[in-house]
Design a protein around this ligand. Structure first.
Ligand SMILES: *[C@@H]1O[C@H](CO)[C@@H](O)[C@H](O)[C@H]1NC(C)=O
Ligand SMILES: *[C@@H]1O[C@H](CO)[C@@H](O)[C@H](O)[C@H]1NC(C)=O
Ligand SMILES: *[C@@H]1O[C@H](CO)[C@@H](O)[C@H](O)[C@H]1NC(C)=O
Ligand SMILES: *[C@@H]1O[C@H](CO)[C@@H](O)[C@H](O)[C@H]1NC(C)=O
Ligand SMILES: *[C@@H]1O[C@H](CO)[C@@H](O)[C@H](O)[C@H]1NC(C)=O
Length: 468
């Protein structure tokens, strides 16, 4: 059976090989030939692959070089993956711009090339290759650091695969990925294991990309860009960076997604239950982030690192599945309304808010109504943004909510006279409106007068919690 499966491939290979041996009707252009001889000398291919100085690159004896006999014998593919190990350097390709104008595939991968004139590679390198659709330079870690900053990259309008993992690239993705629509046929991008920094540009969008591998060290910012790839992405790997901000609230729109891997970052928030609706999913990896709340239940067919993530992380339970405690859930809805800030994510771990959570002060008496110990939430002066969710005022054990001196906005409607709300000094203009028992409104921006001193606040909290 295996033989049968291989046969068509063999036929194609034989056809391809004999195609390259067809009688040569037209020599490759002089510029192309000159370029190839330079490449042969500089990379060591002359020695290693028999790219002889006195021969025509298209006469069939150049290992890894394919030309198109039906198109003036122009070179369309150079595949020297792994064939130049121990070879030399890359030549100053920019001087030859335009000479490989029919090249479609260039694979220099896995060669441990070193460099002399390479730090400017993208500058003119890609300008001469308008038809290039497959480029790999992966696994060349000894290259001198280089960047993806040249506009010439944008001339690769046919680009489908760009694999430069482990190729010592530094700098940002601003040029390469920031130009929406530059690569309408892009399918795979791998830049893993480089020294990239900065954010993934918000303008990055693609309706064709299937695989994106940005595993590495230094990327940061939000991962919300993944929504711009929703219609096509199948494999997304973002591990080992400094990505931050909330875990995407809903991934069910990424309906082709198979691999979702964001381990070892600083993502906050809750993994949404809707992850279970991404039915093609086979692998999910989230460990070593600042994720809170319940561990989502996924079908057995999905391989995850949830067990590890639960032990080491901030999820509310160690035994993987099941909801969090009611009060934990209420407080997480507050964190959600504040956009899951990191300051809360590092502290609001596990399932007991009285166990040292930032800003949560617990009294010794029950709050009544089935809640836990009486609680004061004091989050003054934390630069918090967002709103106050109505649900927090339904937490029976709540006695004090002090969110003064932040940047919160919106309106809090309070109908409880057993809860003290302090909300002054919010740059967003947070507005507290008390609904009196009679049903009449009394609206004020400040619940307590601005003359409130820290001592008075302290005393009020103390009384509220301990009932003296
Ligand atoms: C290609 O050219 C070289 C050098 O001229 C020669 O030795 C070799 O036999 C040629 N190969 C083919 C397949 O014609
Ligand atoms: C990338 O590395 C090169 C060579 O070390 C250096 O000159 C350049 O400033 C670096 N670029 C960035 C953006 O770090
Ligand atoms: C890029 O190349 C590496 C090394 O050869 C390989 O493991 C990886 O799968 C490639 N990535 C893509 C997206 O093709
Ligand atoms: C508060 O947040 C704003 C915007 O998020 C930021 O620019 C500012 O530096 C922060 N201030 C402090 C004191 O952290
Ligand atoms: C506060 O909210 C109340 C009720 O929605 C509204 O009538 C009032 O104008 C708001 N005040 C401010 C300062 O936004």
């Amino acid at each position: 059976m295996a033989k049968l499966a291989v046969t068509p491939l063999l036929v194609i290979l034989v056809l391809l090989r004999s195609a390259t041996r067809l009688p040569v009707a037209e020599m490759s252009t002089a510029a192309e030939e000159e370029y190839m001889h330079r490449l042969a000398a500089a990379t060591g291919a002359e020695r290693l692959l028999g790219w002889k100085a006195d021969s025509d690159p298209c006469n069939g004896s150049w290992v890894g070089v394919t030309s198109d006999p039906y198109d003036g014998n122009r070179i369309i593919r150079i595949d020297v993956r792994g064939l130049l190990r121990g070879g030399g350097t890359l030549p100053e390709l920019d001087r030859q711009a335009g000479s490989l104008s029919h090249l479609q595939e260039l694979d220099l991968g896995d060669n441990y090339l070193t460099d002399n004139a390479f730090s400017g590679l993208p500058h003119s390198f890609f300008r001469g290759m308008p038809e290039l659709h497959y480029f790999s330079i992966s696994d060349n870690p000894r290259l001198e650091e280089w960047g993806l900053w040249s506009d010439d990259l944008l001339s690769l309008t046919e680009l489908r695969v760009f694999n430069a993992s482990n190729a010592n690239i530094n700098g940002t993705l601003q040029v390469f990925l920031g130009n929406t629509g530059a690569f309408p046929a892009l399918v795979e991008v791998s830049l893993a294991g480089n020294r990239l920094t900065g954010v993934v540009p918000e303008t990055f969008a693609s309706q064709s990309i299937a695989k994106l591998d940005l595993r590495g060290k230094g990327l940061s910012g939000s991962i919300s860009f993944i929504n711009n790839l929703a219609s096509s992405i199948t494999d997304l790997r973002l591990d080992h960076n400094h990505f931050s901000g909330p875990f995407p609230a809903d991934l069910s729109g990424l309906y082709l997604l198979r691999v979702f891997s964001v381990a070892h970052n600083r993502l906050t928030g809750v993994v949404p239950p809707s992850l279970a609706w991404v039915w093609r999913l086979t692998r999910v990896s989230v460990s070593d982030n600042l994720l809170q709340g319940p561990v989502p239940e996924l079908p057995d067919s999905v391989k995850t690192d949830f067990a590890e993530a639960a032990v080491k992380g901030s999820f509310c339970r160690l035994d993987v599945n099941g909801p969090c405690d009611k009060e934990t859930s209420s407080l997480l809805s507050v964190a959600a309304a504040f956009h899951y800030p990191e300051i809360l994510a590092v502290s609001w771990r596990r399932d007991d808010p009285c166990d040292g959570w930032l800003g949560i002060h617990c009294g010794d008496g029950g709050g009544g109504g089935g809640g836990g110990r009486r609680k004061a939430i004091i989050l003054t002066g934390n630069n918090l943004t967002g709103t106050i969710p109505a649900s927090i005022l339904q937490m029976p054990s709540l006695r004090v909510l002090d969110v003064s001196n932040n940047a919160l906005e919106g309106t809090v409607l309070s109908g409880r006279d057993d809860v003290l709300i302090l909300a002054d000094g919010n740059r967003g203009g947070l507005n507290v409106t008390t609904i009196a028992a009679s049903g009449s409104f009394s609206s004020s921006r400040l619940q307590l007068s601005e003359a409130t001193t820290p001592f008075l606040t302290f005393a009020a909290v103390f009384v509220a919690l301990f009932g003296y």
